[in-house]
Design a protein around this ligand. Structure first.
Ligand SMILES: NC(=O)c1ccc[n+]([C@@H]2O[C@H](COP(=O)([O-])OP(=O)(O)OC[C@H]3O[C@@H](n4cnc5c(N)ncnc54)[C@H](OP(=O)(O)O)[C@@H]3O)[C@@H](O)[C@H]2O)c1
Length: 247
C-alpha cells in the first residue's frame, strides 16, 4: 500500500485530492497549517499533520513524522489578483514564499529518501495562468510559472534515479477558498487609473464560460502520480484543458 503526502489539505483541491486517494486505498498524510480532524473521513489510512511550507522547522518536523512516502503533492498556494503596480512587494514575496520557495523546499526535503529507494513522484500544482497569459495576475503567474520551469528541468535529473516530477495545472474554481484566502483586498490593488481596464475583466471573472471542479484536480493528480509515460503536464478542469489545447 502506497503513501502520499499532500500540502494544503484544509480546503479546496488539496482536501479533494486527500479524499480521492483515501477512497482509492492509499495511505494519506493530509497536511494543514492548522490541523482539523472534521473535514476528512475517519480512516486508519489517514494521518493529519501540521505543516506550513514557508517554515523550515515545520517542514523538517512533518517529513520526520511522516516516515517513508511514495508521493508528494505540493498543492498549498495563495493567490493575488490586481494591478502589478499596486501590489506591495511584501505581498509578492509572500506569494513566492508559499507558491514557489515552499514547493522547492518541500521537494528538497523528500528527494533524499526517493533517491535512496530509487522511486517516488513529486506533483506540483501550478495553474492555468501558466498556459495563457491572463490579466491582473502578473505576480501570481510569475510564482507558478517559476514552478513550471523548475519541475520540467528537475524531472531530468530525478529521472536518473527513477523519480518522477509532474505538473498539475488547474483552471479556475469559484468553489474553493482560494479567492478569500488572502491578506490583501482586491479593491486596494486596483487603483483608479486601472478601473476602466479592470471592470470588464472582473465581469468576465464573475461569469466564466468553463470552470474547474475540485474532483477534476484530484483526478488529474491521480493520473500524474500513476503516470509512467514521461508526460510532464496534466491540465485539470474543462477551462484548463481547453486552454492547454489553445496554448
Ligand atoms: N481555485 C482556483 O481557481 C485555482 C486555480 C488554479 C490553481 N490553483 C492552485 O490550486 C492550489 C489549491 O488552491 P485552492 O483553490 O484549493 O485554494 P484553497 O481552498 O485556498 O486551498 C489552498 C490551501 O493551501 C493552504 N496554504 C496556504 N498557505 C500555506 C502555507 N504557507 N503552508 C501550508 N499550506 C498553506 C491553505 O491552508 P490554510 O487553511 O492554512 O490557509 C489551503 O489549505 C493552489 O496552489 C492554487 O494556487 C487554484
Amino acid at each position: 500500500m502506497k503513501t502520499i503526502l499532500i500540502t494544503g489539505c484544509s480546503s479546496g483541491y488539496g482536501l479533494a485530492t486527500a479524499r480521492h486517494f483515501l477512497s482509492l486505498g492509499w495511505h494519506v498524510i493530509a497536511t494543514m497549517r492548522t490541523p482539523r480532524e472534521d473535514t476528512l473521513p475517519d480512516a486508519d489510512r489517514l494521518r493529519i499533520l501540521p505543516l506550513d511550507v514557508t517554515d523550515p522547522a515545520s517542514i523538517a518536523a512533518a517529513i520526520e513524522a511522516s516516515g517513508p512516502i511514495d508521493a508528494l503533492v505540493n498543492n498549498a498556494g495563495i493567490g493575488v489578483v490586481g494591478a502589478f503596480e499596486a501590489t506591495p512587494m511584501e505581498h509578492i514575496r509572500k506569494i513566492f514564499e508559499t507558491n514557489t520557495f515552499g514547493v522547492m523546499a518541500m521537494t528538497q526535503a523528500v528527494i533524499p529518501q526517493f533517491r535512496e529507494r530509487r522511486s517516488g513522484v513529486v506533483v506540483n500544482v501550478t495553474s492555468s495562468t501558466t498556459l495563457v497569459p491572463m490579466p491582473l495576475a502578473a505576480a501570481y503567474t510569475a510564482s507558478k510559472q517559476a514552478i513550471e520551469g523548475f519541475t520540467g528541468s528537475l524531472a531530468h535529473e530525478l529521472g536518473h534515479f527513477n523519480i518522477r516530477a509532474k505538473l498539475v495545472e488547474p483552471g479556475y474554481a469559484p468553489t474553493t477558498r482560494f479567492a478569500d484566502n488572502t491578506s490583501v483586498r482586491i479593491e486596494d490593488l486596483i487603483p483608479e487609473a486601472y478601473a476602466d481596464f479592470a471592470a470588464p475583466i472582473f465581469e468576465a471573472f464573475a461569469r466564466p464560460a468553463m470552470t474547474t471542479r475540485e474532483i477534476d484536480v484530484a483526478e488529474a493528480v491521480w493520473k500524474a502520480v500513476n503516470d509512467v509515460t514521461g508526460k510532464l503536464r496534466f491540465p485539470a478542469g474543462a477551462d484548463a484543458v481547453a486552454l492547454s489545447g489553445a496554448a
